[in-house]
Design a protein around this ligand. Structure first.
Ligand SMILES: [Zn+2]
Length: 384
């Protein structure tokens, strides 16, 4: 197998399942392997503990300029239950490499590392290149947040970042954020044979759901953005009641509100809370959001974005910026003013699936894109 295939196979052999809050150093063996591999190819590499012995890895390759291109991707994968291919024994069939993480996101990691190794071997290196492999993207993003705390997303300065995720080789410059919270209705409870005059929390929530889906959500259409469309709201969970003949004392729904650029998820929550508590001033509680994430919207005219587009066009790929619905680490890196694009081989539809794979042709094509991008002088857009 060619070097990028061989490295990807090796990365898949090292399990790095996100422990979702359990205290396990899940990604650290992979971080150590990446650091050793990078050092063996003439680069500097360090591990940084984020939480519970779980380590980010940062690989640095100095260039002619301190201006830095940041390559960021995540080390963790989702679970392997129900997989129909061997999760950690990569196999190749029909031009596809199968295994957990093949596209999400060890494919991009193998592309970044082998492109940097090639750059270390033979240049030219107009920019410093920093690769960050981070933990916990599949849970609560602690890896990328730690990276920001360390200043890795600012130092250089960073002229642009490529965030490695499966995008079928498209340049993704926009995605939605989210705000998820629970809404609880309360009542006095009692015997269900005598419901008269008692507030039933389930009936209250029925009205709330009606309002959210019939009035609140349609009004979001007006906030549509070009690449990702309008924000949305869906009621995703409902629970309540203790027995078939008991009036419940409480019932709870969970709402998943997807945000677009320009919306602050915390402000979205307070406005939603204000709206609901104005309509149902008694018996309703709107809990603090348990998950918030910002949207991404990178300026398509930024020199880094234009450079990525030029490289894609020259290689015969679609250079148009694209928007997607799911979140990535990019929106956190973009807080520091870094122009971010999300890019990688394989399709998001393949991520988290029982037979996850990456097409080998896309793996090599992504490597070609990185080879060209890392050799390009970003401020002029001309090849170095
Ligand atoms: Zn991913």
């Amino acid at each position: 197998m060619a070097d990028v295939e061989e490295l990807l196979a090796q990365l898949i052999r090292i399990p790095s399942i996100n422990p979702r809050g359990r205290a396990e150093p899940a990604e650290t063996p992979l971080a150590e392997y990446v650091a050793d591999w990078a050092r063996g190819h003439g680069m500097a590499a360090d591990l940084h503990e984020v939480v519970d012995g779980r380590c980010n890895v940062v690989v640095t390759l100095p260039g002619d300029s301190a201006e830095t291109i940041l390559l960021e991707t995540h080390l963790d994968t989702v679970e392997t239950e129900g997989m129909t291919v061997a999760p950690f024994a990569p196999t190749v069939a029909d031009g596809r490499l199968h295994g957990r993480g093949a596209c999400d996101a060890k494919g991009p990691l193998a592309v970044f590392l082998t492109a940097m190794a090639d750059l270390a071997r033979r240049g030219p290196r107009p920019h410093t290149v920093v690769l960050a492999g981070v933990v916990d993207e599949e849970h609560v993003y602690r890896g990328v947040l730690h990276l920001r705390d360390q200043g890795v997303t600012r130092n250089g300065p960073v002229v642009g970042a490529v965030v490695g995720e499966p995008t079928s080789l498209r340049m993704v410059t926009a995605h939605k954020g989210c705000m998820r919270c629970r809404i609880t209705a309360r009542g006095p409870g009692g015997h269900s044979s005598e419901p008269w005059g008692r507030v039933n929390p389930i009936a209250t929530l029925a009205q709330v759901v009606d309002h959210l889906t019939g009035e609140y959500a349609p009004a979001l259409e007006a906030l549509a953005r070009p690449l990702v469309g309008p924000p949305s709201l869906a009621v995703t969970m409902i629970e309540g009641g203790t027995g078939p003949n008991v009036l419940p004392e409480s019932a709870t729904i969970t709402v998943d509100r997807r945000t677009v650029a320009g919306e602050d998820p915390h402000a979205v929550w307070s406005e939603l809370r204000h709206d609901l508590l104005t309509r149902w001033p008694e018996h309703l509680e709107v809990a603090e959001p348990h998950i918030v994430d910002h949207a991404l919207e990178t300026d398509p005219g930024d020199p880094f974005v234009r450079a990525v587009g030029d490289v894609l066009r020259e290689a015969g790929h679609d250079p148009e910026p694209k928007g997607v619905g799911h979140g990535t680490d990019a929106s956190k890196i973009a807080w520091d003013g870094v122009p971010c694009v999300v890019f990688g081989p394989g399709a998001i539809a393949q991520a988290h699936t029982p037979a996850e794979f990456v097409p080998l042709a896309e793996l090599h094509a992504a490597r070609g894109v990185l080879d060209a991008l890392l050799r390009r002088r970003i401020h002029t857009g001309a090849p170095a």
